[in-house]
Each structure stands twice: as C-alpha cells, then as structure tokens.
Design a protein around this ligand. Structure first.
Ligand SMILES: [Zn+2]
Length: 491
C-alpha cells in the first residue's frame, strides 16, 4: 500500500525534499526573517496586490503531435489568478509565448529521468530574466516541479517551474500550477516530514503549547493541521502521528495531496510566508520591478472567412483565414483543431487579423475547426473562442468566400438587353445547378434564377426595372462563387 501511494506521489509533484534539504529550507526561513525584520516593512505590504510577470515556454518536438494548447494555458493562468487572489498575487504574461521546438525535452512515455535535471537544463537554454519562467513539456513522469528558493544556487539564481502539459495535470480545473507556485514561494507539503525517517521533522497533530512542534517540523506552519500523504477527500484515513494521535488534515489546502476538487486555499501563515519570500528573496523580488495596473478584459472576435456550416478549405494552396479586429487585443490566438479540440496548428498572430495556412493533400476529406481568441497579455482570462468547422477539399472546390471574377458582355449594359455570360470552364463539366443573382452593392438580392443544365454560354434577360447604376452579377454553385461588377445604363 505504501509503495502504491508513493509512486502516485511521484506522479503528482516532483518536489520531495529529503532531511538535509528540509533543514536548509528551515535555515533559509530563519535568514529571511532576519532580512524581513531589518526591513521593518512586512506590515505595510500585507494587503497590496502585486503583479508577477510570467514567461511561458511551450516545448514541442516538431512532429506536430505534442502541442500544448495555448487556450488551456490562458485558462489555467486565469484560474490561477482566482486562486491567488487570497495571496494578493496576480500573474500576467509577458510577450511573447516562447514556442520551443526541441525534442530533447519531450518524452513520449512517462520518463523516470530526474525532473529537476530537466528543469535545470531548460532554465539554462531558454530563460527570461526578471520573470517567472514556466515550462510546459510532456512525458516528464510528474505533474509539476518547482525548486525551493533555498535551491537557487543550483541554478545560478534562475527561477522557474516545470509543468507537465497533459490535461490531467495542466487542464482546466487542475490545481497543479497553484501548488507548484506554492513550492516556488517556499511552501512545503502539508504532509512534509510524515514520510521521512527523521522524527525531527515529523509534525505532531497536537497544538498544545509545550508539546507541539508545528513551528519546526512538518511544513513549519501551525495553522495547517498535521497531514500525511493521502489522496482522500473527505479524509477517510485512520493513521496516527508518532505520539499516537489520529490525523485530521485540512483537505482544502493546496499544498496537500488531497484531491484537486477539494483544494482551493492557503492558510494565513502560508500566505504571509509567500509574501515575505516575494518581497525579500533576492531572486524573487525582481518580479516586483514592473507592476501593471490594467486588468481589463477584451471582447471576442467575429470570424469572417471561412464561415458557415458548409465551409471548405482547399489543400495545396495558402488559404486565408480572416477575422475582425478587436480593440485592445495585443495578439490573437489562431488555432486549428480536430473535432476533439486537439491542436493541429496554432499561432500567436500580431498586427494582423488573418493567417495564411496551407493544408497538405493527406488532409483532404477531414473536418477541422478553426478558432480565434483575442489575447491581452496582461489579462490571461480570455473570452470563449469563436469557432467554425470546415472540411479540407480538393482545390477545384473553392471555399464559399473565395471569389473569382466573371467574364460577360456587354458591360455597361442597358436594362432591356440580353446579357451573355461565358461560363467558367470549371462549371461546364460540373453539372450542378447554378444560381445567377443580381445584387445591389450592399448585397441585396434584386434578381435570382437557378439554371439546372448550364452550357458553355448563359444568356440572361435583365429586369427592365433595374435603375441605372452599378450592380454585382453573381454565379454560384454550392461550393463556388464567381462575381463581377456590372454597370447598367439608361436608354
Ligand atoms: Zn508538491
């Protein structure tokens, strides 16, 4: 039983300090308290909201199958800010999101490699100074890993968090990132010491003065009940501490291992300590350098092309996906996903409201959906994406909104005359019904006829009631539109 829960634990979080490391964490806390006292400023800081810059790195192996969805990243940061409101911390993205193609840091099966070594290498290869660096990769074998402040010398002061990108760890509603950031700000697990052999760090359940050891054992806090490594919620265990008292853990604490759905808070002592670390740790107080004050959200966008339930995109040529501009957007997340919403292609688009994307031939016949989310780097909470499905087709079936011009005569034409249209060759062999329309310039249909058996030339009698002016002559099939401007003149 112990072995089962032990391996589960490693799956959850890669931060398991041993006795020596635990000792160094308590020493670090004592030193920090000396700095804090000499600064005389703890009291003035307690209620201030502080903003922390996050540099996100998304590691990809370049094969196109291991992409972490930026939409999930945004959602996760949004949820993180809800959880950290109680701490008075707000996390915002600094541009840009760093897409790293480096297969050395992607594992296709759960790796038993040392995750701290993996994070250490990432910190040295891809790093933004003065920011909290978060690395999303796959197959690490843990859900997350974050070194304690007292370990900073191992990385020459570089700070970061390693996150497993799979949805069980980093999906919506998961608490992994909030938990790992707890470690980042020097919080230990609430069950710290319960699984160590050294009774020095074994926390007693009792809070009775003279007997309790909560200040110097366990996680070092007295307002977090002694805990054991346990996943139940509500707690159903019957374990006892070394003095024989039954554990009665608080399953709502984010630094426990009780289920994610039950976790939502830090204790007052934990919060005070996290803020103490943020203000005094030499490698974390740099986050305070650039405070932001604008937390406003932004509107959603509207998709322009391709849209509609019969939308199609041809393979083998650059196709333009277009959407409307949104005020205040720093960028747009453009995403093509399969029906199960797994990312096929994503890109952060700046200074444009379109993407040109070319599908390979092997995608013909497959259905995808494309979506766009406006991004404001200071406000990770995004509105719901606007999405539209489409089918990848052969190039002859051109998308609804791809227009081609039409060859017809005479032009200008009198409203009483017969119009002759040279049928585009692609329609001649097609045999499908053709709709002929005359539209006003603002899109109002003034005349419409459906022709079932088109030959190479189409003749059309205009409507005598058409006033002199400019119109749009349009020929369309289910998949194609051909149109050109037509000028009607008086007698
Ligand atoms: Zn942990």
């Amino acid at each position: 039983m112990f072995l089962v829960s032990s391996s589960w634990a490693i799956d959850f979080c890669g931060v398991h300090p041993n006795d020596t490391e635990t000792q160094s964490i308590f020493e670090y806390r004592n030193q920090l308290r000396q700095i804090e006292i000499s600064n005389f400023s703890l009291g003035t800081r307690q209620n201030t909201l502080v903003t922390i810059p996050v540099k996100a790195h998304i590691i990809d192996d370049g094969t196109g199958v291991n992409k972490y969805d930026v939409q999930i990243l945004l959602k996760q940061l949004c949820e993180l800010n809800e959880l950290y409101a109680q701490v008075g911390m707000y996390f915002y993205l600094i541009p840009d999101i760093n897409f790293v193609v480096d297969s050395r840091y992607i594992f296709t099966t759960a790796s038993t490699d040392d995750t701290e070594k993996l994070l250490g290498e990432l910190l040295f290869h891809y790093y933004q100074p003065n920011a909290l660096n978060i690395y999303y990769t796959l197959g690490t074998g843990v859900c997350g890993m974050a070194p304690f402040p007292s370990w900073s010398t191992r990385y020459e002061g570089r700070t970061g968090v390693l996150m497993e990108a799979n949805k069980q760890c980093a999906g919506a509603g998961t608490k992994t990132l909030a938990h790992e950031l707890g470690h980042h700000f020097d919080l230990l697990h609430t069950f710290q010491g319960a699984d160590l052999k050294n009774p020095l760090y074994h926390e007693y359940v009792t809070r009775e003065q003279g007997i309790r050891n909560c200040e110097s054992a366990g996680d070092g806090f007295c307002d977090t009940p002694a805990d054991i490594l346990d996943y139940s919620c509500p707690y159903t265990g019957s374990a006892k501490d070394l003095r024989g008292a039954f554990y009665n853990p608080d399953v709502s604490l984010l630094m426990s291992y009780h289920k994610d759905v039950c976790q939502y808070r830090f204790s007052d002592e934990e919060i005070a300590h996290m803020r103490e670390v943020l203000y005094n740790d030499p490698y974390r107080k740099v986050y305070l350098d650039n405070q932001i004050a604008d937390f406003d959200g932004i509107d959603s966008t509207q998709l322009i092309s391709p849209i509609g339930k019969d939308a199609v995109v041809p393979y083998g040529e650059k196709f333009k996906f277009q959407w409307t501009a949104v005020n205040g957007a720093d960028a747009y997340l453009f995403k093509i996903a399969n029906i199960a919403d797994k990312v096929y292609f994503q890109s952060i688009v700046k200074n444009a409201e379109f993407v040109e994307y070319e599908f390979p031939a092997k995608e013909v016949g497959r259905t995808y959906q494309w979506s766009v989310i406006p991004i404001k780097f200071h406000q990770p909470c995004s509105v719901s994406p606007t999405a539209n499905r489409f089918k990848v087709t052969t190039p002859t079936a051109i998308g609804n909104h791809q227009e081609q011009s039409l060859n017809f005569y005479p032009n200008p034409i009198s409203a009483k005359s017969i119009l002759t249209i040279n049928l585009p060759s692609v329609l001649q062999s097609n045999g499908s019904p053709i709709v002929v329309k005359i539209l006003s310039l603002n899109g109002q249909v003034l005349k419409e006829e459906t022709l079932s058996a088109p030959s190479s030339i189409l003749s059309l009698k205009l409507d005598e009631s058409l006033a002199a002016g400019t119109y749009i002559l349009q020929l369309s099939t289910k998949l194609q539109i051909f149109q050109s401007k037509m000028m009607v003149i008086g007698e």
